[in-house]
Design a protein around this ligand. Structure first.
Ligand SMILES: *Cc1c(COP(=O)(O)O)cnc(C)c1O
Length: 354
């Protein structure tokens, strides 16, 4: 830290994103991207005409995309907040709905960005331990009074809570916002977006990065009561109103127009996930049943860290976490069937060596 930096950031530890190596071609199963390209409509929409207009600012209200998202999820445009990646939605929500006397609560094992946002904004927070089976402890959350953040399905476990359990948490915490991060909902979860009409303290965040093959385009959104959305807009317009560039806006619009394409891809990924789960179980792995586009698996035969390193040597990247409770697991993104067959083949070879 330079001697010029604001001292209040001294303890801040930045989020460490999954590796995006540029040295050689890996089978990339480490950051939960889609293995499939954006839809043909999206590729066509990001045209040279659109590039030619880059001298002009983008629409800060994202009006067209906003109405398309609203129509798809059966809400009004004033219930939709659009951001540069869902990370920005999360960031603005932490800023808006926690801090001062309002504490934040999230599971101890979840998206690694939550504690970073809390630290960044000097928000007091408590991590609620997952239960022994690595599921979210709903009863514990019903006792928390503050800004609650839960990824559902959760990462990196892939475990999903039913809508009724989320609703119990929302009802128990009426004076504070409950944020449900649905980054993986299209792979077998059930969205609580319909509940935003019933509860003014519910904010649902989704992303185009996973099921919609647009991680590099950076697009996410939040849905909730119009007053919550107005609060978030205020912070966005006090930061970077043009945060979503023209190319990403047209890509997002075409993406909503290609909904069937993406939902078909999600189905393919779910089928591949079942294949990988069975194959790994045959090899003696303990695989947590997943509702996401990744699985969380471990084996007694080789440590999580060693298997991660051996796979990397063989050109396959997966994600390993050093946290004590989950350090024997690997989080493996579901790629194409061909990629996953290669993974299984490689794991078999590695296990034969040890
Ligand atoms: C990937 C992910 C996000 C962030 O996605 P963006 O690329 O910023 O939209 C948010 N939450 C969870 C749980 C994720 O896994």
């Amino acid at each position: 830290m330079s001697r010029f930096m604001n001292k209040s950031y001294e303890a801040l530890e930045a989020y460490v994103p999954g590796e995006q190596p540029q040295d050689k071609k890996y089978i990339k199963l480490n950051t939960n991207e889609s293995p499939y390209p954006p839809s043909p409509k999206v590729i066509e929409a990001v045209s040279s005409d659109e590039v030619r207009d880059l001298n002009l600012y983008s629409d800060p209200l994202c009006k067209k995309l906003n109405s398309k998202i609203a129509a798809l999820y059966d809400v009004e445009p004033k219930n939709v907040f659009i951001t540069n990646g869902s990370d920005d939605s999360l960031n603005f929500a932490f800023m808006a709905f926690a801090g001062g006397d309002v504490k934040a609560y999230f599971p101890d094992i979840s998206y690694g960005f939550y504690p970073v946002y809390a630290e960044l904004h000097h928000i007091d927070y408590t991590e609620i331990p997952l239960k022994p089976d690595l599921s979210v402890d709903v009863d514990a959350f019903t006792k928390c009074k503050g800004f609650i953040v839960i990824a559902n399905p959760n990462a990196p476990t892939g475990k999903n809570l039913p809508v009724s359990e989320i609703e119990r948490i929302i009802v128990s915490n009426p004076d504070y916002v409950v944020l449900i991060d649905e980054a993986y909902v299209d792979f077998g979860g059930e969205s609580v977006i319909p509940l935003t009409k019933k509860y003014d303290n519910l904010l649902v965040v989704q992303t185009f990065s996973k099921s919609r093959s647009l991680a590099g385009g950076r697009l996410g959104f939040a849905i909730g009561n119009k007053e919550l959305i107005a609060d978030l807009e205020k912070l966005k317009f006090s930061t970077n109103p043009y945060a979503i560039n023209r190319l990403t806006l047209v890509a997002g619009e075409a993406s909503i127009d290609s909904n069937d394409y993406y939902m078909d891809n999600a189905k393919k990924i779910m089928a591949t996930r079942e294949y990988v789960t069975e194959e790994l179980e045959v090899l003696g792995f303990d695989v947590i049943p997943s509702c996401a586009n990744f699985i969380f698996a471990k084996t007694e035969d080789i440590s999580g860290e060693e298997l991660y390193l051996r796979l990397k040597e063989e050109g396959i990247l997966v994600r390993h976490f050093k946290k004590e409770r989950i350090k024997e697991y690997l989080r493996i993104t579901i790629g194409t069937m061909e990629e996953m067959e290669e993974l299984i083949k490689t794991i078999k070879l590695i296990l034969q060596e040890v």
